[in-house]
Design a protein around this ligand. Structure first.
Ligand code: BF8
Ligand code: SF4
Length: 627
């Protein structure tokens, strides 16, 4: 476990701002984590159940106490049910985010969405084609309306399979059909998981876990994919940008506004308002040199990907950046926003604003964004942030920003390769690039902040493995300097040569957590070009510091898609060796991939390398012996 006597983070800004927060008497996630020790061992192993009120129950892992809950559920059933409920919650979160975007798309089509518009007609037409929407003689608005309707049907129960599973290689779809885990409807799978895990429904731990995989697939190839694609239609397809990261992106002489959360529906409107000449003039009248919008967490990633907007930090930095005293306003939507953050802000002049009808927080002012009022509301909030500049006292911004390159969509990546994935495939076949790993997910105070991400990434690129990242990992790696074209100097010779010739860094930022679907689409293009299944590719996933239910779902849809995935923290399944066995071994025979758990990123790098070399060998490519 994390040692409280060591610095909380491998970053420079983290420990400095943590010390400042402590001087200011602000309690953070690190102190609260410490105060929770020791955490419950039953829960940690997945052996406690509070699904019904005959309980709560727990199973004794040492075999001395009860081995069944009041209803008779044993360790295997309890562990499997708990894990499936985590997957359902993660899928619901991403997919509900996707639903919000579909609603904005429908409002744009109806002409009731204020400042939103279709920014990328090409993507609109492409998606509409995939959904079988007629294009002939229709305006973009009409196509958008029909597409939104068709996407809404994916959420329901009218289809045998959600539409975008068609994007997966044929062999993968055949595998899902054979196992019976092709997702039918996005909400349907989440709802069925909750049904099956109710007391007295599905008590087969294997059949429960298969439903968990189907539910996860309904997110990866459904709700999250819709979230990403509709965001691209409404806000543009990301293209590479140079930007800046770490707490140093806050500016002592400007009005600083931070957006936090996940849905670009809010942050894009705030971004537009920050460029309003009248508001910029108001800022100047307050003595500020401008309005500086920065992001944290995934809504920041969305802005960085499309607009090159700077990122102040990831999950464990969200409270700490407030201790700079330089934030006039933080505007949040939903997911990963700690309920304590309003309390941290109360020690400073920072105004905290919540915006979603489904997410309230203590210590925040609530101003609900809807497509109809978003532009006006965003402008009003930015004005309020400008006015708050006058209340600022001293600021403490102890670092200078780190430059980074972000904004790699599948479209721009394949564009950079000359319009086809073939050059990447050739580099893999030739062994210059051994394979690729998608490193994704969160921070977790159980692990030194960003240590898992940057250590694993460094080891992989040194060994000629291309890294793509999303979510909070992407900020960690950007802060470490891995996202500049010059970072090829840290890479092995083959990766250095390939990235050098393309002018790209060895670590590519693919976006927010819903954007993990970009990885699925990219891998499908590679698999189709090679004529193989996703599980044959020399690739893997990893979540070295994951904390959230969404991350469990992402890991599960990666594995169900054939991508073996490493986890840093152990999921709460150790109470059932049957469940552990199925997830870490047995799934190889079912979906051609499995989970691996290894908290030490150095050892995880060796495991991932060995996995990639094993896949190379199976493909008949040159391979190395690892470990
Ligand atoms: O969706 S990586 S801590 S911010 S859950 Fe959250 Fe994890 Fe960060 Fe984004 Ni994803
Ligand atoms: Fe206990 Fe069974 Fe109820 Fe769970 S579902 S709380 S194990 S009685």
């Amino acid at each position: 476990m994390f040692d409280p006597n060591e610095p909380i983070s491998v970053t420079k800004d983290g420990p400095l701002l943590h010390a400042k927060a402590r001087r200011d008497g602000v309690e953070t996630v690190f102190e609260r984590h410490q105060a929770q020790q020791p955490q419950c061992g039953f829960c940690d192993m997945g052996l406690s159940c509070r699904i019904c009120i005959m309980g709560p129950c727990r199973v004794d892992p040492f075999g001395e106490g009860p081995q069944q809950g009041v209803c008779g559920a044993d360790a295997d059933i309890i562990v499997a049910r708990n894990l499936c409920r985590m997957i359902a919650a993660g899928a619901a979160s991403h997919s509900d985010h996707g639903r919000d975007l579909v609603e904005v798309l429908a409002s744009v089509a109806a002409g009731t969405a204020g400042g939103y518009k279709i920014r990328n007609e090409e993507k609109l037409r492409q998606l509409a084609g995939e959904y079988g929407v007629a294009l002939e003689g229709r305006s973009p608005g009409e196509i958008a309306g029909a597409l939104a309707d068709a996407m809404m049907e994916d959420y329901g129960m009218r289809r045998k399979a959600i539409t975008l599973v068609k994007r997966a290689p044929e062999k993968r779809r055949a595998c899902w059909d054979a196992v019976g885990i092709t997702p039918r409807g996005i909400d349907r799978e989440t709802s069925e998981t909750l049904h099956r895990t109710h007391m007295g429904v599905d008590n087969g731990w294997q059949s429960l876990l298969l439903q968990g995989l189907r539910n996860a697939l309904s997110d990866g190839w459904g709700g999250s994919m819709i979230a990403t694609e509709v965001s691209d239609i409404l806000f543009g397809v990301p293209a590479p940008h140079t930007t800046a990261v770490n707490a140093g992106v806050l500016k002592a002489d400007q009005v600083n506004i931070v957006v936090h959360g996940h849905n670009p529906v809010v942050s894009e409107m705030v971004s537009a308002a920050c460029q309003d000449p009248a508001l910029l003039a108001a800022a100047e009248a307050q003595g500020a040199q401008g309005i500086n919008l920065v992001g944290v967490c995934c809504t920041g990633n969305e802005l960085l990907m499309r607009r090159g907007i700077a990122m102040a930090g990831n999950h464990l930095m969200t409270e700490l950046i407030l201790s700079t005293g330089a934030v006039e306003m933080m505007i949040v939507d939903y997911q990963c926003i700690m309920p304590a953050i309003g309390q941290a802000a109360a020690s400073y002049h920072t105004e905290m604003i919540s915006t979603s009808d489904k997410a309230r927080f203590p210590g925040m002012d609530h101003h609900e964004f809807h497509p109809q009022n978003a532009a006006e509301l965003a402008a009003g909030l930015v004005q309020r942030a400008v006015d708050n500049f006058a209340n600022r006292t001293e600021t403490y911004i102890p670092v200078t920003p780190q430059a980074a390159m972000g904004g790699f969509s599948v479209e721009t990546l394949i564009g950079a390769l000359g319009g086809t994935p073939d050059p990447l495939i050739e580099a893999i076949k030739a062994g210059q690039i051994r394979g690729a790993v998608g490193i994704v997910g969160c921070n977790n105070p159980k692990i030194r902040h960003d240590y898992g991400h940057v250590t694993l990434t460094r080891r992989l690129i040194e060994n000629d493995i291309l890294v793509v990242d999303t979510g909070c990992v992407s900020v960690a790696n950007a802060k470490a300097g891995y996202k500049l074209p010059e970072a090829i100097e840290m890479a092995g010779p083959g990766l250095k040569a390939v990235c050098g010739s393309l002018g790209i860094p060895p670590v590519l930022h693919l976006g927010s957590c819903v954007d993990n679907v970009r990885i699925l689409v990219l891998l499908s293009a590679l698999a189709d070009s090679l004529g193989v299944d996703l599980s044959d590719l020399p690739v893997a996933g990893s979540a070295p510091e994951w904390y959230s239910e969404k991350a469990v779902t992402i890991g599960a849809y990666f594995v169900a898609s054939g991508v073996t995935t490493h986890l840093g923290p152990m999921p709460p399944i150790a109470g059932s060796m049957q469940v552990v066995g199925l997830l870490t071994e047995g799934l190889n025979d079912v979906v051609g991939a499995s989970f691996a758990v290894e908290p030490d990123p150095q050892k995880a790098a060796v495991f991932l390398q060995a996995h990639i070399e094993g896949k190379r060998q199976a493909l008949g490519l040159d391979h190395r012996t690892i470990g």
